[in-house]
Design a protein around this ligand. Structure first.
Ligand SMILES: [Zn+2]
Ligand SMILES: [Zn+2]
Length: 265
């Protein structure tokens, strides 16, 4: 795949999933929005645009670039073990997913990293746009962590592209304000993180915020004991967001960008 084709696949998939989820949550919302789109979407979509530009400017120096270099020089565990291509592909996607799960846990527990990540949690509602609301500095750190994992393991470039497209799509899906029927939700939770499962992670209650860290595969939360089936106050009754940054003025893009550097009031 040429870099142009990779970008086309990424952008095409992101726009398609965004449009599908936005339509679904508009037609059949799970919860009534407390703040509404008009106040939240300009900031959230602005952050998405900034993040996209930041990643684009880095160009070949990104995760795919490291994967191509690893393949050329034979870096990483998968090459040392002489794994067949298909095994490296599947294990590469799974390994990147557990890496991101681990990164997410660390971002919740190290104070200065939490300052970067809490901007994601300060959204007063969750919907498809929350799935793209990550501080640019968190995106950069995440890129560095993924690069290190790809170099250490020798993850193939195709696995990186599959993972990035999947992560983007599942992040928009599991932040969407949509509702899977309870029976389907229960089954789907063994395969993918569902919207009802990730909603718990956006609870104002800290013990609930510190649960359901997965974005893609739901297994890590169950394996590492961070799984929580539902919020104590119920799907409709729980409050979304943090005890801090609850003023609607905090939804403006400049306020979002400066949140990590401000005392939480
Ligand atoms: Zn989080
Ligand atoms: Zn989230």
């Amino acid at each position: 795949m040429s870099p142009g084709q990779v970008t086309a696949v990424r952008v095409g998939a992101a726009v398609a999933v965004f449009a599908a989820m936005a339509l679904w949550e508009w037609l059949a919302p799970r919860r009534a929005l407390t703040t509404g789109r008009r106040r939240r979407w300009p900031g959230n979509l602005g952050i998405w645009a900034i993040d996209s530009v930041v990643v684009r400017l880095l160009g070949p120096a990104t995760v795919v670039g490291v994967a191509l270099a690893a393949a050329e020089h034979g870096w990483g565990l998968f090459h040392l073990l002489g794994l067949p291509y298909w095994a490296a592909l599947v294990l590469g996607v799974i390994a990147l997913d557990v890496t991101i799960y681990g990164q997410h846990v660390v971002f919740h527990h190290v104070p200065w990293l939490w300052r970067l990540h809490r901007m994601h949690h300060a959204d007063l509602d969750i919907d498809v746009t929350t799935g793209a609301r990550f501080h640019p500095l968190e995106i950069l750190l995440s890129l560095a962590i993924k690069m290190a994992a790809v170099a250490a393991l020798g993850v193939p470039a195709e696995a990186v592209v599959i993972f990035e497209v999947l992560l983007n799509a599942t992040s928009m899906f599991n932040h969407s304000n949509v509702r899977l029927p309870p029976r389907l939700d229960r089954i789907a939770r063994w395969i993918v993180v569902t919207p009802q499962m990730h909603q718990v992670h956006h609870s104002i209650e800290r013990v609930e915020t510190d649960s359901n860290f997965g974005f893609n595969l739901p297994w890590w939360d169950r394996l590492f004991g961070t799984y929580r089936a539902k919020p104590a106050a119920g799907e409709q009754g729980m409050t979304i967001g943090l005890p801090v940054f609850r003023d609607v003025a905090e939804l403006a893009i400049v306020r979002l960008l400066t949140q990590p550097f401000r005392k939480a009031l």
